[in-house]
Ligand binder design. Structure first.
Ligand code: ZN
Length: 333
């Protein structure tokens, strides 16, 4: 293998040797890896399902893809647990844990003399996310690769958020708009904080939750939006609804509810919108600038490839890493 065989193509596929493509479809890709279910990591998956020989993901990811409407034939689906490896053509592909949303995996490929790795989306390196050390090539997600993205204290944002939800619930019910995975994190934080109001889940969040509960991510007192139980709960007027973020625009005008939009973008405080009963809060699933630097400094790859498809700060970030950590860095594409 050679260093140049690893790149991110213009359609967002991370290409590894042995005709492996990750989180996007590349021409001639025989093995498609899906690191997690977010939309920018399931690019052209339908194409890979047709054209590739195998689709590899963690058991949670493969099951979630199936309930979200992807039709992965069981002969092609390979479920790989953290720490386990599959072998083909003399190479071994292994998953390591990443803290992002349930099921997220980092990818490590070895053959006799070469190791290639991809971090996928992650936060909390060295604790929730395992650091992959001494790879020949490491591809990294640098969503927050600009030093201006240094997190205050995430716990503080969670505390403010929980306080706000408690206060709002005393007045009227609350609707929360969040991506899959993020919604789960929010639900468990609210329960941990002692908020007992029933959770009403949209159809898709409900299906995702059913898969997650199979894997031990349990949330109590949830009902399906539109069910008879849901109607009874609505009459009581004390509940929290969960919807996908795409519904915020059309649902936020409903009266008698507080609307909270959860973004993965970098918002340091809670923002109250001028119109209606709407708030925006940022709780990111990504490493901030300092966490990125920490991961790389611990990992010390021979070559670092910064994913320029999923970050608009890739060039600036590459420059900083070259300067401060004296590593070889390229941006791709
Ligand atoms: Zn993601």
């Amino acid at each position: 293998m050679a260093l140049g065989q690893v790149r991110v193509d213009s359609n967002g596929a991370i290409e590894f040797p042995y005709r492996i493509c990750i989180d996007g479809h590349g021409n001639g890709c025989l093995t498609r890896v899906v690191t997690h279910i977010h939309a920018d990591h399931t690019l052209h998956l339908d194409k890979s399902i047709v054209m590739s020989r195998r689709i590899i993901g963690t058991p949670i990811t493969i099951e979630l893809l199936n309930v979200l409407g992807y039709n992965i034939p069981s002969v092609k689906a390979v479920m790989l647990n953290y720490g386990d490896a599959v072998s083909f053509e003399g190479a071994k592909l292994r998953f390591e844990i990443a803290q992002h949303i349930p099921g997220t995996a980092q990818v490590v490929l070895h053959d006799t003399d070469f190791t290639t790795a991809y971090t996928s989306d992650f936060k909390n390196p060295g604790a929730g996310t395992k650091i992959i050390k001494d790879a020949d090539v490491l591809v990294i997600d640098a969503t927050y690769g600009d030093p201006k993205y240094s997190r205050v204290n995430e716990e503080q944002i969670w505390e403010e958020f929980i306080k706000m939800v408690k206060r709002l619930l005393t007045v009227a019910p609350v609707a929360i708009y969040a991506y899959y995975g993020k919604a789960h994190e929010v639900m468990s934080k609210l329960r941990e904080a002692g908020i007992d109001a029933p959770f009403i889940l949209s159809h898709h969040h409900w299906k995702v939750n059913r898969v997650l509960s199979k894997f031990g991510y349990n949330i109590r007192d949830i009902v399906l939006y539109g069910s008879r139980e849901c109607e009874e709960i609505k009459r009581d007027g004390w509940f929290i609804e969960f919807h996908h973020t795409i519904l915020f625009k059309s649902f936020k005008t409903r009266i008698g509810l507080h609307h909270i939009f959860l973004t993965g973008r970098f918002v340091k405080t809670i923002i109250k919108l001028n119109e209606g009963n709407c708030w925006i809060i940022g709780i990111s699933g990504h490493a901030d600038f300092n966490e990125l630097m920490y991961y790389i400094d611990e990992a010390r790859p021979r070559l670092l490839v910064v994913d320029g498809f999923r970050s608009s700060h890739a060039e600036k970030f590459a420059e900083i890493v070259r300067e401060r950590l004296s590593l070889r860095v390229v941006v791709s594409p």
